[in-house]
Ligand binder design. Structure first.
Ligand code: C5P
Length: 242
């Protein structure tokens, strides 16, 4: 039985811009209507930790999507450096391997305890949705991308990573393989009637919730709306009704 019902499914709005003023003003307008804000490599590369502190100062949980991938010692060091920002979610690549993920978890917990902060919840990225099976074959990965996603999800679960970022169509297989108590965080969400843009495999918020998603990452359907807070509130209603 899937526990994740609409009541528990959180919305993180992706603020994909390098411009601090633009991100801050969007963040201010929607922070009361969403559960958190996702800041990615575009923002972080331009604005750095100071930019993250600025947005976190609004008091809304931050999903820091920097997709760490390096040797265990370096990833652990990066996580110690990011720990003072106290992100709610922090991403790393499962492809870095079990030892890297274990080192990441250890560093996250040890440094957060030292700083008297809650540890970030670590989310593993499996197969980038920009890669298809011919890309995987070029890298020597046999089988389907779904099989590879589930294999890496299980590796992340075994390394005590808190959850995974996945495409909507992998939710059911990951939930079956990894069980409850593992966050499945899903981009590629489009409310009925909204433009899919460059997202090819989309689900509505209600479909993703019913499939077992723990949190939805939604960017343009909120940020490009005439009234972003109202768009977020409508998505919340759809989730709560699912
Ligand atoms: O605007 P949109 O709703 O498509 O934004 C989705 C967000 O989720 C973007 O920040 C995008 O980079 C991210 N993402 C994604 N697909 C993945 C992983 C992350 O769309 N597989």
């Amino acid at each position: 039985m899937i526990e994740a019902t609409g009541k528990h499914t959180r919305i993180f709005c992706a603020l994909d811009s390098a411009d601090l003023g633009k991100v801050r003003s969007l963040a201010q307008s929607i922070s009361g209507a969403v559960d958190g804000l996702k800041l990615g490599l575009e923002f972080f590369s331009a604005q750095g930790p100071a930019g993250v502190r600025d947005i976190a100062g609004l008091g809304v949980p931050i999903f820091l999507d920097v997709k760490l991938h390096d040797i265990p010692n370096t990833v652990a060091g990066a996580i110690r450096s990011l720990a003072p920002l106290a992100p709610y979610y922090l991403t790393l690549h499962a492809g870095g391997g079990a030892e890297m993920m274990r080192a990441a978890r250890h560093a996250a917990h040890e440094e957060a305890a030292r700083l008297s902060l809650a540890p970030p919840r670590l989310l593993a990225v499996t197969v980038l949705t920009s890669l298809d099976e011919s890309d995987l074959a070029q890298q020597g990965v046999a089988g389907t991308s779904s099989e590879q996603v589930v294999r890496l999800a299980e590796l992340a679960r075994a390394a005590e990573i808190d959850g995974i970022v996945s495409s909507p169509r992998e939710i059911t297989a990951i939930r079956a393989a990894c069980g409850e108590g593992f966050d499945i965080v899903v981009p590629g969400i489009r409310p009925g009637g909204s433009a899919s843009g460059d997202q090819k495999r989309v689900m509505t918020p209600g479909e993703a919730v019913r499939a077992g998603a723990s949190a939805l990452v939604i960017g343009r359907p909120i940020t490009s709306a005439t009234d972003p807070a109202e768009a977020a509130a409508r998505i919340r209603q759809e989730i709560d009704a699912a």
